[in-house]
Design a binder for this molecule. Sequence first.
Ligand code: X8Z
Ligand code: ZN
Length: 648
Amino acid sequence: MMLKILGELALVGAIASVFIVAAQGRAAERAAEEASGRDYMRSLDEMTSKALNRKTIASWNYESNITDYNEQIQTQVFLEVAEEQKEYWKETMTYLWREFEDEDLKRMFKKYSQLGTAALPEDLNQRLIQAVNNMQATYAKATICDYKDRSKCDLHVEPDVTNIFAESQDAEELKYTWVEWHKAAGAPSRGNFTEYVQMNNEAAKLNGYDTAAEWWLSEYEQEDSEEQFVALWRQLRPLYRQIHAYVRRHLRLQYGDSVVPARGPIPAHLLGNIWAQTWGGVEKFTRPYPDKPDVDVTAALISQNYTALKMFKTAEEFFTSLNLSGMPDLFWERSIIEKPTDGRDMVCHASAWDFFDSEDFRIKQCTTITKNFFLTTHHEMGHIQYYLQYKDQPVIYRAGANPGFHEAVGDVMSLSVSTPKHLRVMGLLEDGPDDLESNINQLYKMGLDKIVFLPFAYALDLFRYGVFRGATPPPHYTCHWWQLRAALQGVQPADTRSEQDFDPAAKYHVAADVEYMRYYISYIIQFQFHRSLCQLAGEYSPGDASNLLSNCDIYKSTAAGNALGKMLQLGSSKPWPDAMEMLTGQRKMDASGVLEYFQPLHDWLKAENERTGEYIGWEPSTVQFCTEEQLSLMEGSEFKKTLDKLNA
Ligand code: X8Z
Ligand code: ZN
């Protein structure tokens, strides 16, 4: 008996060791595969760096000088690089990377397993490139005639249309300019946009997504991103409705009841910006306390002989004061910081470029000497700062923790730069009272930039999600676009619209295929970042009423700069909640930063709107943008469900 047991035990032992040996063999195989994956990843990343460098050079050459030749070269380079990437991708997919132990290596493989638009067959990729180039060129070249001098027909969006909207208070001139700009820049791109949507959706499918909407959303790495976006909007809406009602009342006083209906959406041409995305242009005649000294930074910049270069150097100094990086020599050599005067066509919309060689970083911007461009310069330099901080990461990680993070860096600087405290340090603002009324004026000014932007940004990409998903087909573009803008922003078009128009493409990011939810996210998380940086700088402690968040200036705080730099260095190597937690201790996007910042203004607006009896919210638009037929088709549709969710 004993012998039998011993014999059985020996047998079990023998079988076990066979298993162990086999398992050890597999583990060794896996380790070898993982090691080879690691080597492969190094060469893939090097190839990608060269490929992205080639593409970026070709794009820069085209966008800074729009000619047929430069377009042809750009298309050719894009197609060649796509073929190269396709070949690499096939090899990438032979690795069993999902079984790798090294989480970081897995993350890189996962990112590389998405081929992007290179997944398209060459002919479709070419159609996609062509459609975007056509829209981009239409936008960049669009010109309109002057309202007063109709023989002067070379007005571009930058600086001409922008200036008219910032300065004119002639409702007829504004309406005319609004209509003409949308005619010149929007309508001609309708067909190209439809083509772009089809090709982009094809690419999305080849990358494993239902539509390009899910593809764009994947950048936020969360299952429930869309629910988060709508929840954030519900938190912000009460504040928005107060500032909306307040501004509408003042516009009514300025332009009369017949131009601005008492309970209606605000006509979009009266808000000081061609897209009604920020409303700083109406600040001068809507200020809460008009008798308090005006804070006119544009006038100070001009009188102090600021140039584009001086604005850039000033912005750079803010970053270096935080112990962050200065701009490298190549940046100063190769950036374009003013509109060229040689008559060439160029994409003027400000942008910051990473050439993926860890050396070449540039900004392209048609700077004029205004407060807005002073802040935009900080915004763009924030992108370059991010590039510089993560330049030693593998190429696949040289991106923001999510797209909103990238947009937030420079804006965080601007939040400090815009404070009266900082402007005084800079000599851009004279000494003035530091009382409650001046403070409300200041917060109001910020609100016209920050609060009112949120529903604009949100509407823009809800529109494109709907188009990508087929809920908004081409015959309903205009109707749905204005339904969304009316629902979210409470604005209405300057004049009747029809499906002959295509107003979304009169906005740069639609014409240029730039995802826009990033700005919605940025305008929320930048206040979370600002709050944390201000605490690190010893400039703010929550609950201390004598130290408002809106008065904090992090200038010269190396504690703040070092903390921000650490987060930026991660690039996209970790999921964004990890990056956010490093700086803020929070793992969620959260509107409480915005709400805390604007609390005194919110209270003031509520009291003021109550005092004047202003209606809060808005009734349906009186300007027509949908036909009866379109409205009846909308009942019970997917699009209607989106609208209902927003209004809930
Ligand atoms: O496009 C920009 C930047 C370049 S990333 C100038 N912004 C958005 C816009 O102009 O619509 C910055 C704020 C919103
Ligand atoms: Zn940006």
